[in-house]
Ligand binder design. Structure first.
Ligand SMILES: [Zn+2]
Length: 267
């Protein structure tokens, strides 16, 4: 269903967003009347700039919900509600190859969350980062509360495969982390891992093959002060092998990995 709802290109959106930023677009109510696709919606008069940009872009481009394909908006109220972080982020343990680590995620990889994540990653819709980053921040916060890390905590993202970055034009997890400030992120961002895996789509591998393929998957790209405390972050945990390998690589480089966090899991 998501494939049928291809979002507009960034180039198509940019002039409208820019015009909105400079006030060169009509009031949202008058724009709504121009749209054949979006139903009229009351303007509350209390939109912030991001909400205004989203509303105007929705109406000009007749977008569909990235969670359920309903017409009229990039993310409908129902799907937006489904993306709220759970009050208590679930926890489980993951093995780094050296020891067990606490891990937290904000939701199961299914339903609206799965479709929105797919759209965000494979169609590069930056506005969806506003809805996904709180889920990642909540999972990081849960790990921090669990292990009691200090103020100099570093957050390390599991890097995407190079081929995926070339195809998508960005690294989704890095983009999410960069969209947060240090407080939201729960620690200083430390980009220090590089993907050195060979070609081949890991999602087509079974669990045994994936565990084998993840050996020596990452390389550390900078000097690390021994004992640096880090939380390793990814968007989705499937078998746990990828994030475990990232943690093991960091520990071998001298880090003290305190936990891992992700938006969603399939375990
Ligand atoms: Zn929806």
């Amino acid at each position: 269903m998501v494939d049928d709802a291809r979002p507009p290109s960034r180039a198509a959106i940019a002039p409208i967003v820019d015009a909105c930023s400079t006030g060169a677009v009509p009031h949202p109510q008058s724009v709504m009347r121009l749209s054949k696709h979006a139903p009229p919606r009351a303007y509350s008069g209390s939109m912030n700039l991001n909400q205004l940009k989203t509303a105007v872009t929705d109406l000009f481009l007749a977008r569909n919900c990235s969670g359920c394909t309903a017409p009229g908006t990039l993310l409908c109220h129902e799907c937006e509600s489904a993306l709220k972080p759970a009050p208590a982020v679930h926890e489980f343990l993951i093995h780094s190859g050296l020891h067990w680590l606490p891990a937290a995620y904000s939701g199961a990889y299914r339903g609206a969350l799965r479709r929105v994540l797919y759209t965000y990653k494979d169609h590069h819709i930056p506005e969806l980062a506003l809805h996904l980053s709180p889920l990642l921040a909540a999972a990081i916060s849960e790990v921090r509360e669990h292990v009691g890390t200090g103020p100099l905590l570093r957050v390390v993202a599991v890097p995407s495969r190079k081929a995926a970055i070339r195809r998508r034009g960005f690294d989704p997890v890095h983009h999410l982390l960069r969209s947060m400030d240090t407080h939201q992120r729960g620690g200083v961002l430390m980009p220090c891992l590089q993907d050195v895996r060979g070609k081949g789509a890991s999602k087509r591998l079974d669990r045994t093959s994936r565990l084998r393929s993840s050996a020596s998957a990452f390389a550390v790209t900078r000097d690390i002060v021994p004992g640096t405390e880090v939380i390793v972050v990814d968007d989705i945990i499937t078998t746990g092998s990828t994030i475990s390998e990232a943690a093991r690589t960091l520990e071998q480089a001298g880090c003290r990995v305190r936990g891992v966090a992700a938006i969603a899991h399939t375990l």
